[in-house]
Design a protein around this ligand. Sequence first.
Ligand code: CP
Ligand code: NVA
Length: 313
Amino acid sequence: MGLLHKDLISIHDLTVGEVATILDVAKKLKKKQKNGEPHQYLKGKTLGMIFSKASTRTRVSFEVGFYQLGGHPIYLADSATQLGRGEPVRDTARVLSRFVDGIMIRTFSHESVKELAQYATVPVINGLTDLLHPCQALTDMLTIQEKLKVLKGRKLVYVGDGNNMAHSLMFACAKVGMNMVCASPKGYQPDPVVLAQAQEDAKETGCTITVEENIMKAAKGADVLYTDVWTSMGEEAEREVRMEALHDYQINDELLAVARPHCLVLHCLPAHRGEEITESVLEGPHSVVFDEAENRLHVQKAIMALLMSDEKI
Ligand code: CP
Ligand code: NVA
């Protein structure tokens, strides 16, 4: 088993089969790790991890995951590299490709990640851009599958800012056949290009990807309620305006009451209690946010093993 592309930049680029493979391998690796079985598929390899934005989960899960696979990860904070001082992305890509076996990058511009992948001869993994967060959305599919068994035909309702998280969830849902409604106010709805691409992808699996302004209407019958921060990294200057515009787009007990009784609550974290989600829901029985966070480790190990191992996984 492997993946068709050199890189993992967007779930939109993956086939339905590749998404299923990532989830299957993640489950296999999770089991091996829990049982203490060896799974050093990347022994002797190195991973460069470029961060232009803050991170807790992504940094630790990639670093620990790569180590557990037998490799050596290198943390490259933007501020401490020449990239941060203006060395071109295309030069960084070619230099790093001479040293490392793979590159993970978290940055602002999605175009920069595409350029990095174009010039790098080693696999590039998108650890979040302003446009997408694919590793998180793939992780979310694993978490939902573990809890609800079947993904196809389920309803995921995303509440809040139509941001990078919403975009990657739209692509992920389309690939696994989950119906998704993005409940966002005008001005904060997902990118129409991403929406159109996800809707096109959804034709293959027979699900629907839609946008709805009315949050209560959207949440009716949801199997999963999902939210993310109102102000993403890089948008701090807009915080006050966003607080006002997104004020009603919160996961709270009232919203949960119109969802299905078994409804799961997911959040990529970090969460802002009292803004996009209430304390009672985040800490309540429907919330699976910490199982979700753990799954970053297992899914990213699957992605790295599939992209970088010389062995059959
Ligand atoms: N969910 C997520 O990507 O978290 P970090 O910003 O901590 O990496
Ligand atoms: N939308 C958030 C996700 C953080 C994991 C951000 O980009 O800051």
